[in-house]
Design a protein around this ligand. Sequence first.
Ligand SMILES: NC(=O)c1ccc[n+]([C@@H]2O[C@H](COP(=O)([O-])OP(=O)(O)OC[C@H]3O[C@@H](n4cnc5c(N)ncnc54)[C@H](O)[C@@H]3O)[C@@H](O)[C@H]2O)c1
Length: 326
Amino acid sequence: MYSVFVTRRIPDDGLELLRKHSRVHVNPCDRSLTKEEIIEGVRDKDGLLCLLNDTIDREVIESAPKLRVIANYAVGYNNIDVKTASEKGVMVTNTPDVLTDTTAEMAWALLFAVARRVVESDRYTRDGRFTGWDPMLMLGVDVTGKTLGVIGAGRIGTAFALKSRGFNMKVLYTDQHVNAVLEKELHAEKAELQDLLEDADFVSIHVPLLDDTYHLIGENELRRMKKNAILINTSRGAVVDEKALIKALKEKWITGAGLDVYEHEPHVPDELKKLDNVVLTPHIASATFETRRKMAVIAAENLIAGLNGTRPPNCVNPEVYTKKVK
Ligand SMILES: NC(=O)c1ccc[n+]([C@@H]2O[C@H](COP(=O)([O-])OP(=O)(O)OC[C@H]3O[C@@H](n4cnc5c(N)ncnc54)[C@H](O)[C@@H]3O)[C@@H](O)[C@H]2O)c1
């Protein structure tokens, strides 16, 4: 039987599936593991099921000579040194599709929360400051009929844009590829990033964190946005230059932001926490009971397939097949 290491407890559906096919060692602590603990856990294992906040770098991969599959419990896999994994013949897998609508819904939740000042209003009401209807109280901005800018029109960006149908919006998107679905369904227009930033009232980011998307949105980009614009980020924190964003929010170059992800998670800068024009959530865009269960099953299926010598459904480094797979 194969032996696998799971870096943090995931929903039972996934663990039960894994247990039918392998000896499963789950991190017994209710916390993320340090790199040293991950190395200790994976040292003699054939498979690793890890989270997006586990750094699986060369040192970790080289510490596990038997390792054949790394199954990430996420669609993004910027936490894994895929190049080294491929070099070593180790398959890397992710969990796409099942979290697409869930993540897109969260982007909308943040968009509305910022546009209509939902969190600020909640605090205001709880604090007992609501003393009667006021014509000027908590004015926000309308969503219907405005221009939506989608940066990265892949699975989640597309689902996010399609959900704008009820709000009769003009949709702009950036991507390396033409998105035929968005162009047909919404008459969306593919734009240059700078043009999208200048035109959109709401900008939502859905690109993966790659070398060329690191700080894709920095001071120059924020300065190009409309004064009444709102920025939503549910992708990865480092796609946005957080220091520049704080400056933009403080100095009101833009109206507000909704953030689920941060540049140095779990650290959230105090300066950001002090601002009223930003809504902050703790990286929960895929966090629904249904989706987390599906992610657990898919991650387990990927791991089992790889260990059994078949191609995992969601292998992100197919180049591994041109190498000698262990
Ligand atoms: N906050 C969360 O909990 C959460 C949940 C799910 C996914 N995510 C993040 O969302 C990302 C997107 O997921 P997905 O399933 O839609 O991925 P995807 O691969 O389907 O889509 C990404 C799109 O971005 C495009 N792209 C890449 N570089 C670009 C660039 N420089 N400019 C414009 N477009 C570019 C790609 O062509 C692709 O169409 C993931 O990589 C992950 O980091 C976060």
